[in-house]
Design a protein around this ligand. Sequence first.
Ligand code: GLA
Length: 382
Amino acid sequence: MKEQMLSEVKNVFIENYGVEPLLIFSPGRINIIGEHTDYNDGFVFPAAVDKGIAAAIQKSDAQYSSAHALDMDGHIEFQLDQLKPQAQGSWENYVLGVVAEIQNRNKVIGNFNIVFKGDIPSGAGMSSSAALENSVVFGLNELFNLGLTKHEMILISQKAEHNYVGVKCGIMDQYASMFGKKDHALLLDCRTVESKPYKIDFKDHQLMLINTNVKHSLSDSAYNDRRSACESIAELLGIKALRDATIIDLETIKDKVTPENYQKALFVIEENNRAIMASKAIEDGDLETLGNLIYGSHNGLSKQYKVSCEELDFLVEQAKLNKQVLGARMMGGGFGGCTINLIEKTAANTFAETVSKAYEKAFGKSCSVYFIALSEGTHIVK
Ligand code: GLA
């Protein structure tokens, strides 16, 4: 799929612009555990995958720049000095936002053309947006010798998301997509923005994703609301971020916050602890503990943080019925997208079939199953 996409964007680019482009692959990500902890300065445990964005990009002599989204058959032309956010939810914002944020850092770029295509369904909770942002900043950095470090590039991608897309996201997605390491997951400390790679080899178990095919539509404002709830509780506690709080600390202000916000903060503290415990479990090869932490994460995301939905909960309940699934939970921002399942290898295909039938029966629509490989972060393809 990756090779096919790369040759497709390359061919379209050459047909349209008559020059050889720079080719970039920028991956999406999974997250083993540690959800909604990143913007609380906490720990997350993501990995880049073999699905993502293939981009062909090159400088242009024209008086304008252009971006072409092959999947959506979308094309825009724009002036570098006249950028502004487009309608909410449009793909243009990911490209324009990155260009604007590069220029906000007083970096000078010239006109360019980009053609891209992806194989991550949008709204799957696998960060197709971060993959796209990273492909743009990575390509422009290379073409115009901007001298940006990877850390600077992901901050630009994140700012694009804040200011153009309107989601006050943390740093997990952009980091995982940029810094991914083949066969590894990264225990990322979102305060220092440094990570420790963990070799992922679950022996006779593997990870499997199931997409509800429900797109998280209402989620942007719900996401930002949760972020500000967390920040206001941290402020009440007199700390920089919830990462610095214990459950005992939280008790001291219990009567000063709504029961709903108390549960949300409690979730963040617990989820942060689960991410750390999960890294220990992986180190020890203790998959049973890892699985239980993953189930615990879903329970918190659904009941305390309230970012799940009926379809996600259903898939996790299906997983619980099968003893060969050690853990399952919703992944990413929530309100739709995928579950991540830790399952015995020999059981994966049968489970995929059973769960697909049950899902179809319950909701009258189909879910999609993905098997993924953990892969390199954003890179140039020669
Ligand atoms: C989205 C955001 C991330 C992170 C997750 C939840 O993917 O972009 O920064 O907050 O949700 O863990």
